[in-house]
Design a protein around this ligand. Structure first.
Ligand code: GLP
Length: 238
């Protein structure tokens, strides 16, 4: 595991952009795993300035809420569309988000797994981390070999994400998320975290025991992981 510590979230975003740029320049039709949340935003900002050609790239989002109406601005489909697809110039039809409007959600989750496989697998998966150690929406207790499925959101996660909604009770209670096993299948992982509120969970995930209690500890099982932190998020590392 390669861990880089930069002074600010902006510098961390620029360093992460180099990793993504290298991947796409080496393979113009690369498959990128796309994360939402605030952690990757400095990365997407930096990428928007690099002039890398994303027109051949395929994207797969990590997760999506279940229960928001189609087109809701808080849905990850909309967030990915505005923050990534349009800004970086991916082809909209090459960007995939779990279909949470299908009549059979279990079949939809399996279709998503198949679509990732059919695309040749994810070359580079961008990741943030939740305060409770969640990866995508794999909450504590999720099996380390889990696949894409419908899950309940932890109360801690709903509280953290309430900032995007008018009131905490509007945050959906369910989601569809890639599994930890799905994420670990990617050929390269890029975890980004910033802020003092992530220091404890970063230390647990990267240097604590590998356990479903901290889903992000599964990163320790992957042979090719780059972690990019600001000073504040790295403060708990030994
Ligand atoms: C969200 C997303 C995750 C994200 C995490 C951290 O709920 N589902 O993919 O990594 O929580 O979010 P943030 O980066 O805003 O702290």
């Amino acid at each position: 595991m390669q861990i880089m510590v930069l002074n600010t979230p902006e510098e961390a975003g620029a360093a992460a952009a180099v990793v993504v740029r290298d991947c796409v320049q080496a393979k113009p039709n690369a498959v990128l795993g796309l994360a939402t949340g605030s952690s990757p935003l400095p990365l997407y900002d930096a990428l928007a300035d690099t002039g890398v050609d994303f027109s051949g790239v395929t994207g797969f989002a990590l997760d999506e809420y279940v229960g928001l109406p189609p087109g809701d601005s808080r849905s990850y489909a909309c967030v990915i569309d505005s923050e990534v697809t349009r800004r970086l110039g991916l082809r909209p039809e090459a960007v995939h988000v779990p279909d949470v409007f299908a009549p059979d959600l279990e079949a939809s989750a399996q279709d998503y797994e198949r679509a990732i496989r059919d695309a040749g697998g994810v070359d580079l998966q961008i990741l943030g981390i939740g305060h409770n150690g969640h990866l995508a929406f794999n909450e504590p207790g999720a099996a380390l070999d889990s696949r894409t499925r419908v899950e309940q959101l932890a109360e801690r996660t709903r509280r953290a994400n309430a900032r995007f909604f008018d009131s905490p009770d509007q945050v959906p209670t369910r989601c569809m998320t890639q599994g930890i096993g799905t994420i670990l299948d990617a050929r390269q992982l890029l975890l980004i975290a910033h802020g003092a509120d992530k220091a404890d969970i970063i230390a647990r995930a990267l240097q604590g025991p590998v356990t479903p209690d901290c889903p992000a500890s599964a990163l320790q099982l992957h042979p090719r992981v780059t972690v990019i932190l600001d000073q504040a998020a790295a403060a708990g590392l030994r």
